[in-house]
Design a protein around this ligand. Sequence first.
Ligand SMILES: [Zn+2]
Ligand SMILES: [Zn+2]
Length: 380
Amino acid sequence: MRWLYLVATATALLLSACSGSSDDTSTPAPGGPSGPRPGTWLSGDLHLHSDHSDDAADNPIEKLVKVAEERGMGFFTITDHDNHVEGRLTTWDDPAFRSDKMVLLHGVEYTTARGHANLFSAARFDHMRFYALRDRTDAEAGRAIAAEARAQGVHLSVNHPVNGDPWEFGFDMPFDSMEIWNALYAFPTDNSGAIRLWDELIAGGRRITGRGGSDCHHQTGIESLGLNVGNPTTWVYSQAPTAAGVLAALKAGHVAIGYAPTAERIRLTADADRDGGYETLMGDALPAQGQPVAFRVDIDRARPLGIYNVTVLKNGQPFLERRLFGEQVLDFEDTPAAGQRSWYRAEVRGSTPEAPALAVLAGFYGDFVGMTNPIYFGYE
Ligand SMILES: [Zn+2]
Ligand SMILES: [Zn+2]
């Protein structure tokens, strides 16, 4: 995307670069709210372009990896446009695509005339088989792409589904996740449309992970000031710090999206058996038995003076709104209807010091601090 170049140059003077680094990216799960499930929170960015994409020629892999490491990310990928190299991917074989600090995924942006999707894998795969499907326009094209992903064990994730280059292969195909937060939350893409679509798909009975992606193309120039590596950040609760672990967590929806790797992380858990242990994690599905369930929203690494407006959404509609000041936990209870599908997720709005100054002034980041994936009832 090249839209930010349209922003008046003068505004650049008001921007302050995203800053901050942290080693707090693989925080072990606290004993309580996450329950006994073993695992590790890992932060990462799932949509980035390097100089192996024509429109990111000033973004060398070496620099991207360095920035991600400095920001303390736990996993990383680079998703260059496959059409710029006619499907013959070059990113993975670049000697600069290596890290001793982060789990690396094999990634690519499947860039077609009918929309974009990121492909992720723990290992190399035969991308030319996907490339051969790119020009298909028949009704089965989307299913053929999904079948190829299944056959090769590749995670298929639709990008910016309704904005920019919308996805036209259809949403009834079995993909694994969807980019519901691309770049700054409110500008240049209003991500609320993607989130509405996500809720609609879930309402129809699907369990689809929502993820973020910065779509970072540059480390210099005006665009890099507004959006860069890790804005937003996708957090996964992974059983192991491995590529397979990250992808399993992504597929399972054990995923939160936050403003930056150093910003707040939102967590939704539930205690369905009321034993005091919040063992159900976002992404999990429970039977709809008509029993009351205790839920908990945690804001990990909340700022001491942070004010957070928490919205719990039930079945895509605001269910509970609460302002937290000096607290980081919101407990609530509800009874999902017996024998019906319901889903709960949380969004948190407020200010975060991570946001660039102009983004704050202009509301480009939409006061959006973070969100969770849902806990599902009646979807098993
Ligand atoms: Zn794209
Ligand atoms: Zn992209």
